[in-house]
Design a protein around this ligand. Structure first.
Ligand code: KG4
Ligand code: ZN
Length: 352
């Protein structure tokens, strides 16, 4: 089984071809990714209109390259999958419309993919992880703890009530004068810093409900920075180290709370899968490895290029859904907001 995947939800344009291995898992035949970081750097964040235009400029080219790299013609593809949300509407329309047009032209089934499902199922492509398992998604746009029970069967255990974790790293980087995106720079500066110099809060720590909050932590960093300004290189390093230490404590505390919930509800996960750009952070990885060791969980960390946004994860969801007969009509709409556990969300709003 061979699927073409298209990803355009945020600031990465990507097209990929993935084949299902007979023994399970996926083989990535091509995964073309064009990051727009340079286009957005001057603005210190993703500018939706610039992103949409860049997707228009790059996508056709990347699809052609992915097919050529995989050595297959469109006619040999079994289905076309494109992310349909959640994300920025301009980019979503570019990827979704392109995917539908290709599916129509080639007479192939179409799968409209929830981008979060892509992150959630990647570990099955790379490591053949079995259900149920837990996913900790930490990116510039999302911070969620998910219970993955099956394809299309997800439970969001917790998520952020304000900023995403990557956003918190980026805002702290910005206020300390580090380049965009701040995450990797904060990590590098923290290596030289004293994590105990600033006493920063651990928002939500100790609560049973595994939600996250980062805006208060960011504000605390800003206040400390203002108090000791003008900042020396040592001050910046100490602020980064103290901030990162608080982040690490919060992640472990929240993941522990999620695991407790999951175990209480009788769906004990065997593995913890991490995803998202922030999963590249070594201090966070080390702490999670220790936590998983103590908790009897297998820690699965897909390679960094599959933790961040990519077309291969979208193609993989296409494979998983096609196998189960879960395809979509060409009338399907883009959904800027699209929680993975739709049913819960509907109940939340008193609809279902
Ligand atoms: O998954 P990703 O590419 O998602 C989005 O496009 O949202 O993640 C990007 C985020 C950025 O906020 C970036 O600063 C953060 O991941 N990041 C890191 C590290 N590397 C990337 N944050 C902390 N430490 C890192 N080493
Ligand atoms: Zn993502």
């Amino acid at each position: 089984m061979l699927v073409l995947g298209i990803e355009t939800t945020c600031d990465e344009t990507s097209a990929a071809v993935v084949r299902k291995r007979p023994e399970g898992g996926g083989e990535i035949l091509a995964n073309e990714i064009m990051s727009q970081i340079a286009e957005h750097a001057a603005y210190g964040g993703v500018v939706p209109e610039i992103a949409a235009r860049a997707h228009v400029d790059y996508l056709d080219h990347l699809i052609r390259r992915a097919l050529a790299g995989a050595g297959v013609a469109l006619g040999q593809i079994d289905a076309i999958a494109a992310s349909a949300g959640p994300g920025l509407i301009g980019g979503l329309l570019v990827g979704l419309t392109t995917g539908k047009a290709l599916a129509w032209a080639a007479g192939k089934p179409f799968v409209a993919v929830n981008h979060l499902e892509g992150h959630a199922l990647t570990a099955r492509m790379t490591d053949s992880v079995q259900f149920p398992y837990m996913v900790l998604l930490m990116s510039g746009g999302h911070t969620q703890l998910l219970e993955v029970r099956g394809v299309g069967d997800y439970r969001r255990l917790g998520s952020t009530i304000d900023d995403a974790i990557g956003e918190a790293f980026d805002k702290v980087g910005k206020l300390l004068g580090l380049p965009y995106p701040g995450g990797p720079h904060v990590e590098r500066a923290a290596l030289e810093g004293d994590p105990a110099r600033f006493d920063l809060p651990r928002p939500m720590a100790g609560r049973a409900n595994p939600d996250f909050s980062f805006s208060g932590l960011k504000t605390a960093v800003r206040n400390e920075a203002a108090r000791v300004a003008p900042l020396t290189k040592t001050d910046v390093a100490d602020l980064c180290a103290s901030f990162q230490a608080a982040i690490v404590d919060v992640i472990i505390d929240r993941t522990r709370a999620a695991l407790r919930l999951s175990r209480e509800d009788g769906a004990p996960p065997e593995a913890l899968v991490v995803a998202g750009g922030v999963a590249a952070n070594s201090a966070i990885r080390r702490a999670l490895a220790r936590f998983c060791g103590e908790s009897g969980l297998r820690l699965v960390t897909p390679p960094p290029e599959l933790c961040t946004d990519n077309g291969a994860m979208i193609a993989w969801v296409g494979i998983e859904r096609l196998e189960r007969g879960l395809t979509d009509s060409l009338n399907v709409a883009a959904r800027p907001r699209w929680p993975l556990d739709d049913r819960l969300e509907a109940r939340h709003h008193g609809k279902a």
